[in-house]
Design a protein around this ligand. Sequence first.
Ligand code: ADP
Ligand code: IPE
Length: 272
Amino acid sequence: MIWWLSMNELIVLKLGGSVITRKEEKEFEINSENLKRISKEIANALNERDFGLVIVHGAGSFGHLPAKRYELYKGLRNKTQLMGFSIAHKSMQYLNLHVIDYLQKSGINAIPYQASAVGILSNGRLVHFPTTIIKKLVEMNIVPVSHGDVLIDEKMGIGILSGDHLVPYLAKKLNATRVIIATDVDGIYTKDPKKNEDAEFLREINSNTISKIEEIGTSNAIDVTGGMKRKLQELLELVRFGIESEIISGTKHGILERALKGERNLGSIIKF
Ligand code: ADP
Ligand code: IPE
């Protein structure tokens, strides 16, 4: 028997690599404490109210290290990169399996949705990514879990799909009502808060406040997909489609659960 839901809310959630792995350690290490806590928070929210959920997780060290080592972000230039492509994907699958495992142990019906098997990039932008199955899964109360990955690029041969690019793509295609990005800082600041004590927090990014951002980029970790700057660019584009988004802390206890339960203003909201 199938429980078809009559859902009127769909949340696309990104779990940043900085939250689920020890991204700055420069080795493959899952952040089990965060993953366990986050899985429980997601389960608590899903148990409290009905909403559709699609999860995309980042790569952290599991993707960025091989992508950097084999220069996968530069496109296909030599044969060695093909082994790098294979290694980076295997590493992402390993991480995905662990994410799924933690989610399942918290009682969430999670199932992997492997990006490299279905998606195509063109100069780094997603041009093909079928979502029929994702829609059906969500309707059946199953949570599809996709992730940043290495993909075929029709112009560059190979390329990197960042979860930060996949999230707005899915949000548009699935008509999501909310987009939540969980990362290792509270949201967007005037400058990187990890490097500048005087960085000021920006609760809302809109046409008036955007000029307050003095400096935005990546963390100290190896990152080939653009860090916070890329997130903001992607989310600003989403605003044009009428979908606002929030960047929240995935490392502080309870914030994600509260956000999924419907609370707003817990991080930086991007709207215009
Ligand atoms: P994730 O792995 O969760 O996707 P990223 O590492 O890509 O996250 O981006 C988050 C990092 O961006 C933060 O750890 C922070 O050091 C960095 N960062 C750079 N500039 C800013 C800024 N202006 N505001 C907030 N964070 C910033
Ligand atoms: C990067 O994905 C994918 C690879 C490097 C293979 P993301 O860009 O979503 O990863 P995080 O969240 O920054 O770690």
